[in-house]
Design a protein around this ligand. Structure first.
Ligand SMILES: [Zn+2]
Length: 703
């Protein structure tokens, strides 16, 4: 939020060949644009504060200098090619100053709320009570108090913002032991805030919500105003002015604009500082009515995007009109965050997932991740997804949707890898010297090592066997017998060791919330309350048992493999640019997390198997006409009582890998079904690479 206009920010303009000329044209246009806006603001402020201010504030009688904290303009979020994905829009916000409403506060607020209802204007309301009867709390935990763990490991119970207020107004005796129903709370609030009513109606609840926000702010900061609603329409402003409500003012503000309908899980939302977040942001000097990142990139890179708040001194006369204002400290605009993401590829990938799942006609989800060789995220898609620009309106539907659109399946969904795990077993066997690229195992269709436990190869059910296979052939054919035998000889500890080294069952480091997943083995089984049997090693070796990983873990495992064993932390951040776009203020350095010492000949054998699979008839139909050759592996994991989940991993180009992919589809039957999607993603990515050629895209802003 800011009423501070920065002439250097937001300078996104059409790309032309001459950078200097473009900058001059852009600057001139922007100067004219902002000059017009400034005139408009001045005239509105003049009318509101000078012409009508006297009438509004007839009952008030004071003359005061007050300071207010003002946020800098938030930075933009761009993709790797300089496309602006999230920027700001100048607009108008409604601010309330209840000290100017006096004894008419409840009446003024009720009128304002009625107008908001009529005009469809949304306002901030964080009171955790339902909006209509039956009155219930909207959250179950941490309502009045929460448990906090100190650095010494000791826990203590602290009151929430509601808890503090409830103690102060004596709605409860103690926040820690509060036992008040939502209905009783609303009734107590009516009494404290002098709301005279026969019964609790939705209108009364709305009014209490605003009075609650006012009370919270009065408790924390000396300045009385708070931002009630943002991005309001001109027709709403006109009607507010017609009503002539004291203490209700319209100010210029900025709000987020989404220039893309994709990448919602990556970009994340903005929202008002919550009660729980306030202590942290207060310490960082944020004003209480500031908007902050709530999740995704907006939250992860809050410190880059936010800039620094400034302090303005306002002197007002007895009518409340501003006589003078000056900056004590000027707010600094935030820096711009450039992501590793390719927004065209991202949009394409999301469309592919949507089409795929809709064809299955299920309420299932799907995810896809493409990484570069140093862990940079090129695409990270989760289906179903949502629209950031209508998130607030859609929120209840999104929460209630059984397909869980708010869940980022690419980093938080955990899936059995199935046969895509077989390269872990292969590398472990080769590196530990149990097999060589040329040694063979015989597949008769049934594994007969144990007299009482004889699992089968998948091909046995189709009436066949694989015969003699080396490791490359076993990967191409996905022979279970080969990997049962190798897994048994390795033992579960070695399998766990190599899976861990590949980063499976652990956080990949991306700047978004992640699930950890689990690696199959005695430790996981015992944690789940079970007993580990030696025979389970066979299942673990082919990616079953308790092997459960996120799509981004699987993509990073393949990147690590074809990288020759170098595992990097995954990341979305490419670089941070100064608010005027002239300087790179931070550049992300790839973070090497671990190295698996894979012999080049061993790696060649594993990659060969993945390449040979891409050349089989079932796969070649998708990959044959790509501009690059690929290596791939399919996986299928049975899900009890449901269709199998499908997984698919691949890398390209085969000779000199640049990207690694993982796709997962719930109820997708078999991994091979995802090959067409992977091929389409690769086609999109390498066609774009061709178009970009060697021209540097640095400092180029595209629409
Ligand atoms: Zn076999």
């Amino acid at each position: 939020m800011s009423r501070f206009i920065d002439f250097n920010a937001n300078n996104k303009d059409t790309h032309t060949e001459d950078e200097g000329h473009r900058l001059r044209v852009r600057s001139a246009l922007l100067m004219v644009f902002f000059a017009c806006l400034l005139l408009d603001f001045c005239s509105i402020l003049y009318r509101l504060q000078v012409v009508e201010g006297a009438q509004w504030r007839a009952n008030a009688n004071y003359n005061v200098t007050q300071s207010e904290t003002v946020d800098g303009v938030r930075g933009d979020i761009l993709d790797r090619n300089g496309r602006v994905l999230v920027s700001n829009q100048l607009g108008y916000a409604v601010e309330l100053d209840t000290s100017l409403m006096g004894e008419h506060t409840n009446e003024v607020l009720s009128q304002l709320l009625a107008l908001c209802q009529e005009e469809g204007v949304e306002w901030s309301d964080t009171l955790p009570v339902s909006k209509q009867a039956p009155w219930t709390y909207t959250k179950e935990e941490n309502l009045f108090a929460y448990i906090s763990e100190g650095e010494d490991g000791k826990t203590q119970t602290l009151p929430t913002q509601l808890g503090k207020l409830a103690e102060e107004y004596e709605w409860v005796k103690s926040a820690e032991t509060a036992q008040i129903s939502a209905q009783e709370l609303l009734e107590a609030m009516c009494e404290s805030f002098s709301v005279e009513t026969e019964e609790l109606t939705p209108q009364v609840r709305e009014l209490l919500g605003v009075l609650y926000e006012v009370a919270l702010r009065q408790k924390e900061i000396t300045y009385n105003t708070y931002t009630f609603a943002t991005d309001v329409s001109i027709s709403f402003i006109t009607r507010v002015k017609e009503l002539g409500l004291p203490g209700v003012s319209i100010v210029s503000s900025t709000s987020r604009v989404y220039n893309t309908t994709s990448a919602a899980h990556v970009l994340g939302r903005m929202g008002l500082i919550s009660a729980e977040e306030w202590p942290t942001y207060q310490g960082l000097g944020y004003p209480m009515n500031a908007y902050v990142g709530k999740d995704g990139v907006e939250l992860a890179f809050e410190s880059y995007l936010h800039g620094a708040s400034g302090t303005r001194l306002l002197e007002t006369d007895e009518n409340g009109a501003v006589i003078s204002q000056q900056w004590q400290t000027e707010p600094q605009p935030g820096n711009h965050v450039v992501l590793t993401l390719d927004s065209d590829l991202q949009a394409h990938t999301e469309q592919l997932l949507a089409d795929f799942v809709q064809k299955l006609d299920t309420s299932a989800g799907a995810a896809a991740v493409m990484l570069d060789m140093s862990g940079g995220v090129l695409a990270l898609a989760s289906y179903p997804t949502y629209d950031l620009s209508t998130y607030t309106e859609d929120y209840n539907d999104l929460l209630a949707d059984p397909a869980k659109p708010l869940l980022n399946r690419a980093t938080q969904g955990i899936y059995a890898p199935g046969s895509t795990f077989k390269m872990v077993t292969a590398v472990a066997g080769l590196t530990e010297g149990l097999i060589t690229p040329s040694s063979t195992t015989y597949c008769s269709g049934i594994y007969t090592y144990y007299p009482d436990y004889q699992p089968r190869c998948w091909i046995y059910n189709q009436g066949g066997s694989h015969g003699t296979e080396n490791v490359s052939e076993a990967i191409k054919d996905s022979c279970n017998i080969f990997f049962y035998d190798l897994g048994r000889r390795l033992g579960i500890d070695k399998l766990v060791e190599y899976a861990t080294a590949f980063g499976l069952g652990n956080y990949t480091g991306i700047e978004l919330p992640e699930s950890k997943g689990t690696i199959a083995g005695p430790e996981t089984t015992e944690k789940l309350g079970g007993v580990w049997y030696a025979g389970q090693t066979l299942s673990a070796a082919i990616g079953q048992d308790n092997n459960q990983f996120t799509p981004i873990q699987l993509a990073n495992y393949v990147a690590t493999l074809v990288n020759g064993g170098n595992r990097y932390e995954t990341h979305l951040l490419k670089e941070v640019k100064s608010s005027d776009y002239t300087q790179v203020v931070y550049e992300y350095e790839p973070q090497l997390k671990a190295t698996i010492d894979i012999d080049p000949e061993d790696l060649a054998a594993v990659k060969q198997g993945m390449y040979d699979l891409s050349q089989t008839a079932s796969m070649a139909q998708y990959f044959a006409d790509l501009p690059v050759s690929v290596g791939c592996k399919t996986g299928t994991a049975e899900v009890q009582g449901s269709d199998a989940n499908a997984t698919f991993v691949c890398f390209a180009p085969y000779d000199d890998p640049q990207v690694a992919l993982c796709l997962v589809a719930e109820k997708g039957s078999a991994g091979g079904n995802l090959a067409a999607l992977a091929a389409s993603m690769l086609r999109e990515y390498f066609a774009a690479e061709d178009n970009l050629g060697t021209t540097s895209q640095e400092n180029t802003l595209l629409h």
